[in-house]
Design a protein around this ligand. Sequence first.
Ligand SMILES: Cc1cc2nc3c(=O)[nH]c(=O)nc-3n(C[C@H](O)[C@H](O)[C@H](O)COP(=O)(O)OP(=O)(O)OC[C@H]3O[C@@H](n4cnc5c(N)ncnc54)[C@H](O)[C@@H]3O)c2cc1C
Length: 479
Amino acid sequence: MCWQGSSTWSTLSSAAVDKFGASMRVAVIGGGITGLAAAFELCERADVTVYEPDRLGGKIRTSLFAGVPVDEGPDAFLTRSEAAVGLAESLGLTSQLVAPQAGATLVYVDRHLHRLPSGLVLGVPTDLRALATSRLLGPLGAARAAWDLVAPSRPLGDDASVDDVVAGRFGTKVAKRLVEPLLGSIHAASTADLSAAATAPNLLEAARSSRSLLIGLRKQLPPPGAPRPPIFLSPRGGMSVLVERLVERLDAAGVRFVTRAAASVSAAREPAGALRIDDDVYDAAVLAVGSTDAAAILGELAPSGLGSLRTTDVAVATVSVDRADLHVARDVNGVLVAPSAAMLMTACSFGSNKWPHWTSNTDRMVLRISTGRHGDSRPSLHSDTDLVDILLGELATVMGTNLSAGDWRVSRWPGAFPLYRVGHLSWVRDVRRELAKATLRVALAGSSYDGAGVPACIASGRSAARQVSATVSATSTNS
Ligand SMILES: Cc1cc2nc3c(=O)[nH]c(=O)nc-3n(C[C@H](O)[C@H](O)[C@H](O)COP(=O)(O)OP(=O)(O)OC[C@H]3O[C@@H](n4cnc5c(N)ncnc54)[C@H](O)[C@@H]3O)c2cc1C
């Protein structure tokens, strides 16, 4: 049984089933969460083959560190979209989901450590009193932020940079001391480069729909007193639990896994409209790989701009330190570093505060220090040993303490983060439109297009699966 549990995970059109039954052959290229979600969407309706040369799960990787399972890539998913929560439910994992136990975050700006004030949405304030008392902006910065309430509205086009949207309303201090460390570290890029439409659509919507951005954002919040579900969730055993359970279900449904890379997709001679993938013939394909890989695989079918998306290398140093050395309260889940500090470290997650099951020893803490920003090649120039030394030294400076690592490891993720520049969504529309002209039987899915987070990838894989299935179904009905 594939999608079940949540009624919102509806299944494919019955036309596809009636016409093809299990004979519709679909290739899913890429066995990350996008490809696996696509296969899960299709597995009861089609003969599915997943190509994955590496490990299933892609960037989702949980492995043992200091005796406990610790994530090397994503450690949680957002609950705001239904996609990941619904998938976990379909997989019978709801009871295993846990929320982070620490809710406070620190930010390091101008050599000072501050707690982020309450009421922020992606770093944008919705509570001016909390902002004024936090001392993060100073009196002038807080007064400038309050100007948002009375400033005349500014027209915004289809897209703008996050900086433009925020600084135009609240001033540069909010943009650089709050939003840049938060949103910039999530996307490993400067908010001056990031598309608001692609990375913060709710900000753009609030800025467009209301004269004041603060008031527009407040309208999006649940009413006071309404229950607030956790913002993030993760399976207790780490994010790989999601992948393992998904693969079990796919195996049981008869999905075939090919442990090599798909090299090329082209039009097959026979039957008409079919695709050739290396030596095999399929009715349709979902390309759940990054856009550069997709361009290489598609060859002459590839839309002209497909290979042009820029990406950023990131790395995560996981270290174990003495809790007594870190001097951090238990309610603090991590620290963000403003780019103005010119450090390699972009953020550190205090893993054992956030996820208590991440340590087997209460005197030790497991930390994940992140590095990598678009345009900054320094992390890739250092060996793992040097990188850990540098990052731990920077963390010690930020926290005003001395730290030495016990166990440590470095997980490198080359080209892992897509850069969603202003205009990203029109680029996505253009490449999809051009691909549809070449073939309707291939769909592009994953973090290059529809959002970098795990829920967005799940939704993207699922939507691509439905698209190719509907196309095959319609083509066959017409023929
Ligand atoms: C360090 C880090 C932390 C993150 N933190 C979070 C977080 O906390 N929350 C969150 O929601 N998101 C987070 N993300 C983002 C999220 O993990 C990714 O966007 C998502 O997992 C991408 O999934 P995907 O399936 O699209 O791509 P991938 O996981 O990259 O999968 C693509 C797969 O395609 C395979 N492939 C490539 N070429 C071929 C080929 N020719 N043939 C067959 N297969 C091929 C690759 O081997 C790979 O396995 C994080 C990412 C990183 C790197």
